[in-house]
Ligand binder design. Structure first.
Ligand code: KE4
Length: 424
């Protein structure tokens, strides 16, 4: 008998805080021992006890082609044989940039970094540097990585200034993060009326995936665009999760609103560490070495990671109707989840955008973080563990998003719906 998940987790707890290298993996909000994954094959992952799961997490979004996609693996191995990293320019960076800019065609320049956190952190510094202003606006329920300015929450009372949401974030910094409500156009209007001249940028997930799946309303996005134009602030779409997931061009496939800066990640690395900041040349050229706003990274544009991203995006771009196909599967899945819940008198709100899907144990539509928080998270915990026992690997938190990869076929969707029917 090989190593058990339990034993592996006990060892991991000796080495790492909470036994993990990213908090959500510890399964704290759903309980139990997190499966330690041995391998992924297409739409499945296998833990070290050889339990098989249909994977709807896909490394939190990157694996839209499924695990160990042959063309991606071949590209990675071929590139790795030539050396892993040089800290010097390679043409692979040009190739991946060209692919991304061919899809996000309103952007003119990119800077590659290794994580979404770095991408959004850099976007904030760029906006602050270009405008000479210090305040940023973010929305409750949106997550943009763990850089200090973004670990801020609504301050006490009616104060618009942010307070640190984590120890270690200085109040002097957090107070420059103004917190607004998602899909609340009037609130954003009021904030700008009070602080418009100090606001460097607005950062938003245009399709929020970190409070569960909550798309921004078109009128809300249009309102933010107008406010940023009126007050000279920069609009940042954080598409680290939604980019190449909701549509080829992410949320920009669902709204006519265009931001000044887009941050990308996850899918563009195909499972290896790649993220990016993109914008018009007039904004991006403020970044060092051509501009004065400093940003750097040892493994930025790493050739092996670039190769994974190139193989992934080439496959995506060459697959006709990919997002229609994945969207149809997502729609079928959430419809099945809803019917299974309703048949047992349980309320379930569902949503999907392309290959992203979400569900809340809630009677009413979820438009913002307070609505999401009002969901029945105890019911979610029961559902999650019942599904895990039936070989369905869902995100271990009510406030995450599920993903369909091309390897999750209709048969696996049917199997998952059948599991949901007997999960109550
Ligand atoms: P990373 O630093 O984790 O690569 O990206 C941060 C980030 C930025 N923006 C958005 C919209 C994101 O969703 C993320 C990261 N997403 C989480 C999942 N909700 C990553 C999983 C984790 O934290 O372990």
């Amino acid at each position: 008998m090989g190593l058990s998940n339990q034993a592996a987790f006990e060892t991991a707890n000796r080495f790492f805080p909470g036994g993990v290298n990213s908090p959500v993996r510890a399964f704290k909000s759903v309980g139990g021992v997190p499966p330690f994954i041995d391998r992924g094959e297409g739409g499945y992952i296998y833990d070290i006890e050889n339990n098989r799961y249909i994977d709807f997490v896909q490394s939190w979004g990157p694996l839209i082609l499924g695990h160990a996609y042959p063309a991606v693996i071949e590209a990675v191995v071929r590139t790795a044989r030539k050396g892993l990293s040089f800290g010097a320019p390679t043409t692979l960076e040009n190739e991946l940039a060209e692919l991304i800019l061919s899809v996000y065609d309103f952007l003119e320049k990119l800077r590659f970094v290794s994580t979404g956190t770095e991408a959004v952190m850099t976007a904030l510094r760029l906006a602050r540097g270009v405008t000479g202003r210090s305040d940023i606006v973010k929305f409750r329920g949106c997550y943009h990585g763990h850089s200090d300015s973004l670990l801020a929450e609504a301050g006490s009372g009616a104060a618009t200034f942010g307070a640190p949401s984590s120890p270690g974030v200085p109040l002097d910094l957090a107070k420059h993060t103004l917190i607004a409500e998602y899909n609340d156009a009037a609130g954003a209007e009021k904030l700008f009326a009070e602080r418009g001249g100090e606001i460097a940028c607005v950062a938003i997930e245009p399709i929020a995936g970190n409070m569960g799946l909550v798309p921004a309303e078109e009128s809300f996005l249009r309102g933010l665009r107008a406010l940023c134009d009126r007050y000279g602030a920069i609009l940042i779409f954080d598409e680290v999760m939604s980019g190449f997931r909701a549509a080829k061009n992410g949320a920009c496939g669902f709204t006519r609103v265009r931001p000044d800066i887009v941050t990308l990640g996850k899918v563009i690395g195909g499972g290896l560490p790649v993220a990016a900041i993109g914008g018009k040349q007039a904004v991006m050229d403020h970044l060092s070495p051509i501009g004065k706003i400093y940003q750097a990274g040892t493994l930025s544009g790493n050739p092996v990671a670039m190769a994974a991203g190139i193989a992934t995006l080439r496959t995506i771009i060459d697959t006709p109707n990919l997002y229609e196909t994945l969207g149809a599967r997502a729609a079928k899945l959430v419809r099945g989840f809803k019917e299974a819940a309703n048949d047992r008198g349980v309320a379930l709100e569902t949503a999907f955008r392309g290959s992203m899907f979400g569900f809340f144990f809630n009677e009413k539509p979820v438009r913002n973080f307070d609505d999401a928080l009002a969901s029945d998270s105890a019911r979610f915990v029961k559902f999650h563990s019942a599904m895990l026992k039936k070989g369905v690997y869902l995100a271990p938190s009510q406030f995450e998003t599920g993903f369909i990869s091309i390897a999750v076929n209709d048969e696996m969707i049917d199997e998952t719906i059948a599991a949901a029917r007997s999960a109550y």
